[in-house]
Each structure stands twice: as C-alpha cells, then as structure tokens.
Design a binder for this molecule. Sequence first.
Ligand code: F6R
Length: 352
Amino acid sequence: GKSGYDHYMRKEIAEQPRAIRDCLRGRVEELAASVSLPELEGLEEPSSVQLVACGTSYHAGLFGERLFQRRGIPAQTFVASEYDAGSVPVDEDTLVVAVTQSGETADTMQALRGANRAGATTLAVTNVVASSAAREAEYACYVRAGPEISVAATKSFASQQVTLSLLASALAGPQSHEFLRELRRLPDYIQAVLDRSSVRDLVGELLDADAYFFVGRGYNAPVALEGALKLKEISYRHAEGFPAGELKHGPLALVTAETPVFALVSGREHTAETIGNVKEVQARRAPVVAVTDVPETVERHAEFVLEVPETHPAVMPIVANVQLQLLAYWLANALGRPIDKPRNLAKSVTVR
Ligand code: F6R
C-alpha cells in the first residue's frame, strides 16, 4: 500500500533514506576508504566506460559519467536508442554499463545486446533482480531501491546515483575519504530535506508560468535535466533543463518574468559561474529559485532559496534532486494531476 501517503510517488520519495542505506549496506569501508562490490569480482579497471540508458536512468548515467571522468577513466553516456556499438569503437577493455531501473527497457536492452555482440565487457546497473538486463549483461550490480510503483522514477534514481558512485570508487579508487563519509551521511541529509523542505509553500506562487527552466553545472547538470523531466512528466507543464552555461547560447531568449528558473548552486564547485548565469536570468525578471548548500551566498540573487545541507560536491546534487522531486510532486498535486499514472506513459517501456 501507500503507507498513508496519497500517492506512491510521495511514499517513494520518502523512502529514499532507507533505499540509500540498503544500497550502501556492506559495500563501504569508510576507514579503509574502500568500496567492495563482490558481484563485480574479476572486473578490472576499464580503459573507458560507456553508459547506455533512457529517461531518468540516462540522467543517472550522465551523473556517473562525471564521476568516472574525475577519477581519470574516460566515460561517455548515450541515449540507448541512439547507441550503435558498431560505430563507437569498443573492445573487451571497454565497460558498457546499462543503467535501467526495470531491467526490461527495450531500447536499453537493444544497446546492451549490441555491446555484447561487439565484444565489450558489459554490466547492468538495475533495480530488478534477474531482470533481462541482469541476465544478459556479463555482470550485474543491484541498486536495491525496492519496488517502485509510481511511473515517475524517484528513489530508483537516487539509488542509481549512489550505485554509480560506488562503482566509480570501486573501479578507480575513491577520490577522498570525505566522499565516502558524505555518501554514508547522505540518508540523513535527504531526511533533513524531507523534514524541512519549504517547496510545498512555494508552488502556489509558481503555478502561473509559461515554462519552467532548470540549470546546473558539473555534477548538477544532470540533475537539472532530471528536475525538468520529472516536472513535465507529472504536471504536464513545459519544462526544460540546461547546463547553466548553455543559457546564453539560446534558451535565454525564452526567459521572461513568466518563466521560473530553478538554479542548482553548489558552494564548492562552479559557484561564481553559476551565480553569474543566475544574474543573467534575474536581469530578465525571471523568478529565481536557488537550490543550494550555501544559502547566504545565493540569497540576494534569488527570489526563493531551497536549502540543502553542506556536503561533498558530488553528493550535493543527489540531495538537491529531492527538492526538485518534491517540487514536481506538489506542483502536479496543486494542478490535480493523476500523479502515479501520468497520461501516455508506462512504467516499463518494452517497445522500441
Ligand atoms: C521517468 C521515467 C522514465 C524511465 C525510462 C527508463 O520518471 O520513469 O524516463 O526512467 O523509461 O526506464 P528504466 O530505468 O526502467 O530503463
């Protein structure tokens, strides 16, 4: 059941601290600063990584790509339906990672099978035990989010982000003790957002809009895309996400007083540049909502601030995303949408 919540989506958002604890259980040795993923026994550091996925899982892939790159492993993410293992060179030192909640998405399976045929080493990062992806990939690593009923992916995305964080650390070594320590604290940070988020009070002021834009840089860029996808899926409002630096290369032409802009601002990375982008939209009178771990720094550039706890720059976006999940939920709720079953969408897309 929905455990007293009105919708599965709301319940699944609330389950994220538990889902992440399950994902981390037995896998992190903080003192030794090491990660162990016994299911990957025998898998060595690849010369490069290709991630293939669709929708929300694609956004998790983009997040994972950044983690690999920071650790010196070249990585690239592909929309699964656009992936062609024949034209992107792969060999057995190439690790192709299929990121898929259901493990049954036809586009992702097609990409995975192509990678298998081309001789890549393949890995499924999936939520569903013994799913097609888990069976057909050489290796499988489970995200352990638990069953996700709502069509809109929420807790599975957070669990994918955490699993890819563990995977990057397992294959290339963690960047820092701090990163693993902060991953361990992530459930508490998310709980703090769930307990204190003011986003529900804000949606009333943002209901009349032409469109909603989401921007972020670095690790936050994929979360900007995900924030927009979640909002469009369940509210049916026009929403777009951009890397913040892209605003001035086109999207800025659409920015008016009727286009709220959600800006993800990390206090540790790209802070000044992102605030610079925020100023550009502010000058066009767009209502700015900052999602940030440095509220004092951002305050005077934003109409509203949604605070998240201060943490490692690769962990902050996982927490910030929860604010955007709640935004999509409460906005869709205010509009009376059928949140768990949005029109035209299915939980598992088994056609190409
Ligand atoms: C968004 C959503 C879809 C899925 C996509 C991939 O909320 O649910 O975009 O993320 O269809 O599905 P999986 O992860 O099962 O391969």
